[in-house]
Design a protein. Structure first.
Length: 517
């Protein structure tokens, strides 16, 4: 027995000296590392073990902490399409090999359902999927997640894995991410890695780490409200009620089927059971999505973030605090990815039949002014009236890519900026509106439309509108009424009235000025 115990002790000692190196799943086969920047590699080893990381001629070593955590930084590297292996050793013994690694540009794809929206469901999805044989385009998928675990920051992504772009196998990728990455790959001719971190029906509060909820009065109040609800939350009672509801629904469906009638249509979330760790929907639970999808990939070296979200914060107090929340998200993610100047580009809400969206769009645009190294793209011409998930995602991805090309990669021949309201002067029955065009000419498409004037105490369609010079529009009231305000596309469903573009085929941002806003 004593001899057996000694054998066990020796085995345990060996495991301590040569334990299996582990890394978060984002550090795995097929990954893309960011070029031109120190690249962080991190993971877990035996406590106090000596860890060495070898890659592309570099060797970096570090002593793991008492908790086994370790991290090293590789020196900046040039883009490289040649697949390479990374070897990680513990106490001079090879413990982990990561294969098929490229070096190029890495972008994080964040937001809610319009960023999540599958490539296969878009207008150009079939053609895009058919041509998607791009071995140097990679996608880190986090399509699976364990909501029950989200009350605490997770150390790894649930079912996270890098995938290679292959024809016919990219249908479940983020459409916006794919179109962005495809265009970037072709324009830069370097490998591109897309890191998926988005989820449908989510508000910004779900994407904030817990400590950042205290940074704004609105998010702080929501955190407090959640805590109060959680104290009295009876998960078992909620689950029992849900199960009864499902039994009744099944019986109803069976009855309808027996009568030859179609099943009753139910809300998209009808079948989702309650969660043990939140009385609220997952998408509005404070910090939940950050814990599940951002904390596991924190520190991964990336060039920037593209973000498509806002539907979940487009009304009420959430919209009133939109700019503050947006800054909280950007600042907290920059902290998570250890880059205070990380570019962060987001998509303004498109045309859709929701009365709160004009205000939300305006706030999305204004948020840019308080956030350095950020930008907004305008897609007001790419929506659908009754479909909150428009199928037109090519324009979204390509406009984001244009912004990145200009702002990040210095392509002066690319002009990614939509015309933007600058000032207005009112005189009698007319308003002279000046746009910031960055030297690009304004153009109208079809008959002038979309403009309104404030006259006679109310907003009315403009009597006329015409482009004046290269950056101005003159609008007039009908019947010579005095004008004291002007606005353009200040409506939810605005697509039919999109008239004003620039020479680069980019639509002007909506705006409102003067009158009664």
């Amino acid at each position: 027995m004593k001899k057996f115990c000694l054998i066990l002790s020796a085995a345990a000692l060996a495991c301590g000296l040569f334990g299996e190196i582990k890394t978060p799943s984002i550090y795995s086969d097929n990954m893309v590392l960011q070029r031109g920047e120190p690249v962080k590699i991190r993971g877990w080893a035996s406590p106090n073990a000596r860890v060495e990381v070898s890659f592309a001629g570099q060797k970096k070593s570090v002593k793991a902490g008492a908790d086994g955590k370790w991290s090293v930084f590789l020196d900046p590297m040039k883009a490289d399409k040649t697949p390479r292996e990374m070897v990680i050793s513990e106490n001079q013994k090879i413990s982990k090999t990561i294969k098929n690694i490229l070096v190029g540009e890495v972008w994080i794809c964040g937001g809610q359902s319009n960023m999540q929206w599958w490539l296969a469901k878009t207008a150009d999805g079939a053609a895009a999927s058919a041509r998607a044989n791009y071995p140097i385009l990679r996608y880190f998928s986090q399509n699976g997640y364990n909501t029950d675990a989200g009350s605490a920051p997770q150390e790894d992504s649930h079912l996270g894995a890098w995938k290679i772009s292959e024809a016919g196998k990219v249908g479940t990728w983020s459409a916006v991410g794919f179109y962005f990455g495809e265009k970037l790959l072709k324009d830069l001719d370097v490998p591109v890695g897309l890191v998926y971190a988005s989820r449908g029906a989510t508000s910004m509060i779900a994407w904030l780490p817990d400590k950042w909820l205290e940074a704004g009065e609105y998010t702080k109040s929501r955190k407090a409200a959640f805590a109060r609800e959680m104290e009295k939350y009876d998960y078992k009672a909620k689950l029992d009620a849900h199960n009864k509801k499902m039994v009744a629904a099944k019986a109803e469906d069976a009855k309808l089927a027996a009568e030859g009638k179609p099943k009753r249509k139910r809300a998209w979330d009808f079948h989702i059971p309650p969660f043990p760790n939140t009385p609220w929907a997952a998408g509005i639970t404070p910090s939940l999505m950050y814990n599940l999808m951002v904390h596991p990939i924190r520190g991964y070296t990336a060039r920037g973030v593209i973000w498509y979200q806002g539907e979940g914060d487009s009304g009420g107090a959430a919209c009133e605090n939109f700019e503050i929340q947006m800054k909280q998200v950007v600042d907290s993610w920059r902290e998570a990815f250890e880059n205070p100047k990380m570019p962060f580009y987001w998509v303004q809400l498109t045309s859709f039949n929701s009365e709160t969206w004009p205000e939300a769009r305006w706030r999305q645009l204004r948020a840019r002014s308080s956030i350095p190294y950020s930008g907004v793209v305008n897609i007001i011409d790419a929506g659908e009236q009754t479909q909150i998930h428009p199928i037109y995602k090519t324009e979204v991805g390509e406009r984001l890519e244009g912004l990145a090309l200009r702002e990040v990669y210095g392509r002066k021949d690319v002009h990614p900026y939509s015309p933007e309201f600058k000032s207005a002067k009112y005189s009698g029955d007319s308003a002279r509106i000046v746009f910031e065009t960055r030297g690009r000419k304004l153009e109208g498409r079809g008959e002038p439309r979309g403009f309104e004037v404030f006259a006679g105490g109310k907003w009315k369609p403009a009597g006329s509108a015409r482009i004046v010079g290269s950056n101005g529009v003159e609008v007039k009231s009908k019947g010579g009424e005095a004008v004291s305000g002007a606005r353009y596309l200040w409506k939810a469903w605005a697509k039919p009235d999109v008239w004003l573009y620039n020479q680069d085929a980019l639509p002007a941002f909506s705006f409102t000025d003067g009158g009664s806003n």
